[in-house]
Design a binder for this molecule. Structure first.
Ligand code: SAH
Length: 349
C-alpha cells in the first residue's frame, strides 16, 4: 500500500513549485530542471538521479517521494491494450488504460477514487466517491504506464474513474504538469477531459485551458431521458448544458465531443436520434456513440449493431458527424470501472 505522509510529493509540484522547493533546500534553481526531467522520464527513487549531488539525493530520499501511485495489477490484451490498477494512499485504487492508435499511444486516466455523480449505467460510481486524487496521483498514472510499457505517451484522455470537474483545481495543476515541455511535454491539443456536464466548470475550463479538448457525456436527447440516466441532469438542464457547450466552442474554437452511450430501448430509437440531431444542429461538434458496456450490477444492454448504424445515419443526414467507438481491450474488461470492481470482489470473497 502507498502511504501518505511523505512531506513533499514531487509529482504534485508544477515546475515553478519544484524550483521553489529546491531553493528552499539551499540548492541552485537549475537542479529543479534535472529532477523534473529525470522524474518524467520515469525515475522513481533518489538513487536513479545520478546527476544530482549526493547530499541532495539523500535529502530527497529522506523527505520527498517520487511516486504517487503503485501498480497493483496489469492486464495485457491481445490487441496491445494494457489495463492497470494502481494503489493510491489511504487504501484506494484507480484504473488507467493504455491504448495504441495509428497516431501513437494514448492513456486513459482516473481523476478520483470512486465518483459521486451516480450515472445509472456506470460501474465507477457504484460505491460513491472515496476521495479526489492529487495532481501527482493524476500525473503519475501516465508516468507509470509509460515506464511499464516502455512507450512514449502522446495523448491523454481523462475518462477513467471519477468526474474530473469535481476535482477541478487538482485537474488543472495536473494538466499544467503533464503539458510542461521540461517533463512529459504532452501537447494541450492531445489532452481531452470528459465531464458529465458540470456547467459552471465548462465555462471556467474554456477560460483556463482553451487548448485542451473537451468531451461531454450527453447520453440522451432530452431531459426526460437524461433524468433516468444521469442525476446531474437535475442540477443542470440540457438547455443550460448545451448553452455552455456553444459558449465553449465560441471561446476556444474547438470542436466538442459528445459522448452518447447507446442503451437498448432507452435512448437508441430513430426518434431519439432525430431529436438529438435537432438539438445539436449548427454546433461545432462530433458525436461519439458507445454501445453501452454491460455492467453486472446494472440492467442495461447495448442493443443491436443496426441501431447504432441507424443512429449514425440519422445524425449524418442532419450534418452531424458521428462515429461508433471501436472497442479496445474487450478481453481484459477494459471498460469503465470494471477492473476495480473485480478486485474489490476478490477482496470481499
Ligand atoms: N465523469 C466523466 C468521465 C467518465 S467515464 C464523464 O462523465 O464524462 C467516460 C465515459 O464513459 C463517460 O461518457 C461515461 O458516461 C461513459 N461510461 C460510463 N460507464 C459506461 C458504460 N457502462 N458503458 C458505456 N459508457 C460508459
Amino acid at each position: 500500500m502507498i502511504m501518505s505522509g511523505s512531506a513533499h510529493v514531487l509529482k504534485d509540484m508544477t515546475f515553478r513549485e519544484l524550483e521553489e522547493y529546491v531553493v528552499s533546500l539551499g540548492e541552485k534553481k537549475f537542479r529543479a530542471k534535472q529532477i523534473f526531467k529525470r522524474m518524467y522520464e520515469g525515475a522513481s527513487s533518489a538513487d536513479e538521479f545520478t546527476d544530482l549531488p549526493k547530499k541532495l539525493r539523500e535529502r530527497l530520499e529522506e523527505e520527498a517521494s517520487f511516486s504517487a501511485v503503485k501498480m497493483r495489477t496489469r492486464q495485457i490484451s491481445f490487441d496491445g491494450t494494457r489495463k492497470y490498477l494502481f494503489d493510491v494512499a489511504g487504501g484506494d485504487a484507480v484504473e488507467s488504460v493504455l491504448m495504441h492508435y495509428k497516431y501513437g499511444w494514448s492513456v486513459c486516466i482516473s481523476s478520483q477514487a470512486g465518483c459521486r455523480m451516480g450515472c445509472a449505467f456506470c460501474a465507477s460510481g457504484i460505491s460513491g466517491l472515496s476521495r479526489s486524487l492529487t495532481a501527482g496521483e493524476i500525473v503519475d498514472q501516465i508516468v507509470s504506464v509509460s515506464r511499464d510499457a516502455g512507450e512514449r505517451v502522446s495523448h491523454v484522455v481523462v475518462m477513467g474513474i471519477g468526474e474530473p470537474f469535481d476535482n477541478y483545481d487538482n485537474l488543472i495543476n495536473a494538466i499544467e504538469i503533464m503539458h510542461d515541455e521540461r517533463g512529459l511535454g504532452i501537447g494541450s491539443r492531445n489532452i481531452t477531459v470528459s465531464t458529465c456536464g458540470l456547467v459552471d466548470k465548462i465555462y471556467r475550463f474554456a477560460e483556463d485551458m482553451p487548448q485542451v479538448g473537451l468531451a461531454v457525456s450527453l447520453h440522451a436527447p432530452n431531459d426526460d431521458i437524461r433524468h433516468k440516466l444521469m442525476p446531474i441532469s437535475w442540477r443542470y438542464s440540457m438547455d443550460e448544458l448545451l448553452k455552455a457547450c456553444r459558449d465553449y466552442t465560441r471561446t476556444t474554437h474547438r470542436r466538442i465531443t459528445f459522448e452518447y452511450a447507446l442503451i437498448d430501448g432507452i435512448n437508441d430509437s430513430n426518434e431519439n436520434a432525430a431529436e438529438l440531431a435537432a438539438r445539436l444542429r449548427g454546433m461545432l461538434c462530433h458525436v461519439n456513440l458507445i454501445p453501452v458496456n454491460s455492467v453486472k450490477e446494472k440492467k442495461f444492454s447495448p442493443g443491436r449493431r443496426q441501431r447504432a448504424d441507424a443512429f449514425v445515419d440519422i445524425l449524418g443526414r442532419a450534418g452531424i458527424t458521428a462515429t461508433i467507438r471501436r472497442q479496445l481491450g474487450a478481453d481484459i474488461s477494459a471498460a469503465c470501472g470494471q477492473l476495480r470492481l473485480q478486485e474489490s470482489e476478490k477482496e470481499n470473497r
